[in-house]
Design a binder for this molecule. Structure first.
Ligand SMILES: Cc1ncc(COP(=O)(O)O)c(C=O)c1O
Length: 481
């Protein structure tokens, strides 16, 4: 068994395996954005029995890993621009090794003493950065889908308790919950709709609020929607503002929305999964003005913070709301004895029980880069997006849909069938030439550059645009006239 389970006795074997694994990765990295087509070698590896009768040799196991690496997307390549899917920082990658080796679980102090301190300290720092006060609190999450769910759950249960004097956790949904409404922009992330049905609300509980030409929620439309809903007997209880929509990177006017939410007695949740990175920006931080007025905020670090999946956080302006999800388990968080106050059991703040020590990788990255270093990494893709937009606007082959607010640039090939805009990214992916973003706006296919890689240069974008035009011409040549 020596050499199998991590322990001081297995350190030499572990180092050897780490080195061989790193070598295998290095030897199989895709040369371009993607090898193209189906990952055939990985499929062949998978055709062997999943659980062989006898152990495979390390060489065989690593060969399988090599096939998986070769069939992966080269997220570091400048022509991979499809999603908010980032290349990762080296200190974070190093932290992942420690996270796995220590295997701290964040639910109870006795599984994660130092880790609890690190996460607590980071959470305090995050709340402070967001402009939250002394009563605030936060927890790390698997990402914004979970953080958005938490925001809506706390909002629903806080409303139920104050409006109906009905604690949902004890009594279930109030009989009149059918009247509850969640307001968000038309471009809000689909995790809001997903959260709604998990919270026992019907599809019509999520009410879209119209946006301006920059696709930001219009405060007047929000006020009007609240009035209209109340007249219909509905109970709008939460506004979800987005700081950085997935397609356009649009940042809703947070200060104005916060004023409306406060006036109307509604919870404000800000989905800052993407735009939350501006908290560390050197040039664009003022775009988040008002975020500190929210009741809760979702931030992802596995997007513009360049952290490996998964790493996100949920922040709440008043940590007392975590009580709404607290369930005491005698084996984890029994009543504290005098003197136990210093030990926090983080399970009390989370919807999860066993939970990774993801805070470590963010902490190591912050230390590694410092304020200025991180700001540069976050700002560069935003600067690049502006340059890319100017390039697109000046080129008659393209139509730019909106000026970018973060790193996303949405555009179309001009003067072609809608179908060509669908076909180009599909073809480029199949052939491994580029992993280009695509989406549908107002029913029409669009192309998208999601610029998140700080090493991408404008020359890379120029080459990608030229490739798109070439691909357009290839498709035209194949199409019968
Ligand atoms: C604005 C926004 N919110 C939420 C999410 C969901 O985040 P996650 O994938 O971390 O759950 C995304 C994902 O891209 C997003 O762009």
């Amino acid at each position: 068994m020596k050499g199998l389970v991590f322990s001081p006795a297995s350190l030499a074997d572990w180092l050897d395996l780490l080195n061989r694994t790193a070598e295998t990765i290095a030897n199989h990295l895709p040369a371009g954005p993607y090898a193209g087509g189906m990952p055939d070698a990985a499929a062949r590896t998978m055709a062997a029995p999943i659980l062989p009768q006898t152990a495979c040799s390390p060489e065989q196991v690593l060969a399988g890993l090599g096939a998986v690496v070769a069939g992966s997307v080269g997220i570091w390549h400048p022509h991979v621009t499809a999603h908010l899917h980032c290349p990762v920082l080296l200190p974070a990658l190093a932290a992942e090794v420690a996270i796995a080796a220590l295997n701290a679980s964040m639910d109870s102090f006795d599984q994660a003493p130092a880790a609890t301190l690190v996460e607590n300290r980071l959470c305090e720092w995050l709340c402070d950065r967001a402009g939250f006060g002394a009563r605030s609190g936060a927890t790390f999450t698997s990402g914004a889908t979970q953080s958005n769910f938490m925001g809506l759950l706390l909002a629903r249960d806080a409303f139920s308790a104050s409006y109906w004097d009905h604690p949902t956790r004890l009594k279930g949904l109030h009989p009149e919950s059918r009247r509850l409404r969640i307001l968000c922009s038309t471009d809000a992330h689909f995790s809001i709709a997903k959260a709604a049905f998990q919270l026992g609300l019907a599809a019509d509980a999520v009410v879209p609020v119209g946006g301006d030409t920059d696709r930001r929620m219009r405060p007047e439309a929000l006020s009007q929607t609240i009035t209209d809903l109340r007249q219909l007997g509905c109970l709008p209880f939460v506004v979800v503002a987005t700081a950085g929509t997935t397609d356009f990177g649009a940042i809703d006017p947070l200060r104005e929305i916060a004023a409306i939410a406060q006036r109307e007695g509604m919870w404000l949740h800000v989905d800052a999964a993407y735009g939350g990175a501006l908290l560390l920006s050197g040039c664009y931080r003022d775009r988040l003005v008002g975020i500190g007025l929210a009741d809760s905020v979702a931030i992802d670090f596995h997007k513009a913070f360049l952290q490996p999946v998964s790493c996100g956080a949920f922040l709440v302006a008043d940590a007392a709301y975590f009580k709404l999800i607290e369930v005491v388990a005698d084996y984890l968080n029994p009543d504290p004895e005098p003197g136990d106050e210093a030990f926090s059991h983080l399970v009390n703040r989370s919807l999860m029980t066993t939970r990774r020590f993801d805070a470590l990788k963010l902490w190591m990255s912050l230390q590694w880069l410092g304020e200025r270093g991180y700001a540069e990494l976050i700002d560069r893709p935003i600067d690049l997006a502006r340059e890319a937009a100017a390039m697109l606007a000046a080129d008659p082959a393209f139509t730019l849909l909106a000026e970018p607010q973060l790193g996303c640039v949405v555009f179309r090939l001009a003067n072609v069938d809608d179908r060509v805009n669908r076909e180009v990214p599909r073809r480029l992916f199949q052939e491994g030439r580029a992993v280009l973003g695509h989406t549908r706006i107002d029913g029409r296919y669009c192309l998208k550059l999601t610029l998140i890689n700080p090493l991408t240069r404008i020359e890379d974008i120029a080459a990608l645009l030229a490739m798109i035009v070439t691909c357009r011409d290839e498709i035209a040549a194949l199409t019968p006239r």
